[in-house]
Design a protein around this ligand. Structure first.
Ligand code: HEC
Length: 277
């Protein structure tokens, strides 16, 4: 090769670099593309998702006679009548007359374990969710099973009862309320399109298109954690990121935030258990 074509090539490359996007924006675009490729690879073979094992474990636990009352959870009313699991998750959180409370899937499962099986509440809540590299918990498995029975259904939680409207309003207010030592609200991190912290995009929940894409993915198997993570756990983790006092599992506040997220995702498909970084 003579010198001329090489110089010409170099010149073209140089011009391209000058004319192209600023280097920083280009780096960001490349990183985002590669991250998307990584996420796609995780999702490409759905059968390789270990979260499905939690759903299976949850189903076995659901059907097993356990606890002081030696009963299964098959009589548990998740809102569509005792024993109906199919499609129930898509209509949660909802108001339950027997407790006079709005409950999400996890809160309701705890209640059914308490009332049907006779497990003391304190015992159930001793370790509701797992930490990284710990064995998954029974609640995680049960929640994954219940959610998986709504795969393909669309979110459609009722907002008819006064307490359902109250929960939704509380959830929305809590989403935008700035608090804690960092003066963060949920919207500080989740209130703009296209943000990301490390490997994970920060969905903009005020935008229904974005909420619809991700809310139905929970519970999700988290590769970095080695277990399934439920929505209650996800929210508690974000409270921790905000440096707020730890929020109670199955509290009215976490249920209310779930009501808000699910209402933003109304019509979005349930794909749980999904797989995350
Ligand atoms: C300091 C920033 C920050 C704040 C404030 C914050 N989050 Fe998050 N949130 C994150 C990060 C980071 C992730 C992704 C976590 C990961 O996978 O490592 C995330 C993930 C989530 C997800 C799952 C998103 C998905 O892609 O599936 C939900 C739901 C969520 N947050 C809800 C909330 C709610 C509700 C609040 C307010 C109570 C909140 N977050 C406050 C940083 C924040």
């Amino acid at each position: 090769m003579s010198l001329k074509p090489i110089l010409a090539t170099l010149l073209v490359a140089l011009l391209a670099a000058v004319v192209s996007l600023p280097a920083r924006a280009q780096d960001d675009a490349t990183t985002e593309r590669e991250l998307e490729r990584y996420r796609q690879m995780l999702k490409d073979d759905p059968w390789s998702n270990p979260g499905l094992l939690d759903a299976d474990k949850g189903e076995a636990l659901w059907k097993e006679k356990r606890g002081p009352k030696s009963a299964s959870l098959e009589g548990c009313d998740l809102g569509k009548g005792p024993g109906v699991v199919d499609g129930a998750f898509a209509e949660l959180p909802r108001y339950f007359k027997d407790t006079d409370r709005v409950m999400d899937a996890e809160t309701r499962i705890v209640w059914c374990m308490e009332t049907l099986q006779g497990f003391p509440r304190a015992e159930i809540l001793k370790r509701p969710v797992s930490k990284a590299n710990q064995q998954g918990t029974e609640l995680e498995a049960l929640a994954t099973f219940v959610a998986s029975k709504s795969r393909g259904a669309k979110f459609n939680a009722p907002v008819a009862h006064a307490k359902e409207r109250e929960a939704l309003a509380l959830g929305e207010a809590a989403f935008y309320r700035r608090q804690g030592p960092m003066d963060f609200s949920c919207a500080t991190c989740h209130g703009d399109a296209g943000r990301r912290i490390r490997l994970q995009p920060l969905p903009y929940f005020a935008k229904p298109e974005e909420a619809k894409k991700v809310v139905g993915e929970w519970p999700a198997y988290r590769v970095s954690q080695g277990t399934v993570m439920t929505m209650q756990h996800r929210l508690a983790d974000c409270f921790w990121q905000m440096r707020l006092p730890l929020v109670d599992y199955a509290s009215d506040l976490t249920v209310a935030l779930t009501s808000y997220l699910v209402s933003q995702a109304k019509g979005g498909e349930i794909t749980a258990p999904s797989i995350k970084r």
